[in-house]
Design a protein around this ligand. Sequence first.
Ligand SMILES: Nc1ncnc2c1ncn2[C@@H]1O[C@H](COP(=O)(O)OP(=O)(O)OP(=O)(O)O)[C@@H](O)[C@H]1O
Ligand SMILES: [Mg+2]
Length: 484
Amino acid sequence: MLEQIKKVKFGAPAAERDINQGLKEYFVETGAFNRLKENKKSIILGNRGTGKSALMKMIIEHYRKNSTIVIEMFPEDYSYELLQSTLVKENDGSWAKVSAYTASWKYLIWVLIMKEYSEKMNMVFKTTAKKSHVYLRDNHKGVTNNFMDLMISYLKRIEGLKIGAYEAGIKTKELQGLYKLEEINNLIPEIIELSNKRQIVIIIDELDKGWDASEDAKAFIAGLFQASISINQHTSNIKVVLSVRKELHDNIPSLYEDYQKNIDLFETLEWDDETLFNLIVKRIRYSIPELKNKSDKDIWNTIFIEKIFEQKSLNYIVSRSLYRPREIIQLCTEAQSRAIEKRSNLIDINAIITAEAKYSENRTKDIAAEYKFQYPDLINIFEAFRGSKCTMTREELEILCLQIISGEIKTGHKTEWITKQNEEFLINILWQIGFLTARTTVFLKNENCDNFFGPHQVSLVNLSNIKEFSIHPMFRLFLGIREQ
Ligand SMILES: Nc1ncnc2c1ncn2[C@@H]1O[C@H](COP(=O)(O)OP(=O)(O)OP(=O)(O)O)[C@@H](O)[C@H]1O
Ligand SMILES: [Mg+2]
């Protein structure tokens, strides 16, 4: 019914705002959340909009309820540009930047922990952590709360030694001291002792805000990874939890190379039809309390039409996504507006398809923007597919890719990153970012399923034997792709 459709609030597309709109009520407790709670994981990896911040916000709630102290590092506070402009370039100083950042992160985090204990448990801190109390008083009294300043000052000390004119022996000794955190090392046992009384977690999210792919930005994140792993080894009572976008992680060589070594610490966020269905139904149930006792299926059917082109409407909607909650929320919200405009009693085929047109355009542009550092101007490569068939044999696809690479189809000067590559490379990239799906056989719900799948659904190690490809439905309406 129209009245019910009007009542539904699908929520805000970003967790930072969603948390004030009901996320606590309609959060889907996935395995990822439980593993985080059980202290098994400390690094959250996920594409944009897959729920990293939602997980962080909810884990913070969980910790606060347990009276664990939480330190949240806010996105406004990172400033890659500042780092870039303040510090000497790697080439000019021959300094191992990742190590410098690792040491600075460790220093920063330990100092923040001390400050937090001193604030939250003042008397206990003074008596249990005497040396730390004196250290804070003498070195960080009235220091700003801007943690970037603290970090940069440490980096600057390392930089000064690295590039300054000192006698070699002194230089090495002093540097060793800074790398090993000599200044605070003897305080750490006290802090660990204190953490037995009250646990502390440091939550670091949205590291990609202002990301510029610079040398410093990469070293900043690589250093944080190392620092967090090292700090987490001391005791389970002190924990650093961080999240990072997958494509950003894949773009930092030192992280990528270490991935296997630390694989047990990573939680990669993944969704499927069922969990996404659950996510939407919970939101509807929350918005319309009188539906509370209905089954999930009934709730869905109160708001959405059952089928679209012989396909369940849920599957239709989910198939227009890369399995990211933000996409589903966006498409549903858009379709809801269309249904209300047309005074429809259900979010029907009409509402969904008109919503999809705008959605498809936004998503195509967003995906291109998401990979702008790795693959600049991807949008022009997408454009080269405009009007093409939706499924293609490998040969047809290779011909099109060759035309793009050779410049026969013009994609602009910013896409020169493809000019030295072959068609295999381009097909691989287009698959990885979700633009292409590959026809293959997988075992799904107890049966062999022969269909087109993307990397959000299956992991294919080798694409070279795939004979048929399809353009992912999310991009089709915008690019005028012809369906069979
Ligand atoms: N487990 C969940 N239960 C309910 N809603 C969720 C869940 N995970 C994510 N969402 C919702 O999905 C949307 C996108 O999630 P979120 O903002 O956390 O993504 P993100 O990974 O942090 O994205 P970005 O990389 O852009 O920061 C938000 O509306 C969020 O509330
Ligand atoms: Mg986020």
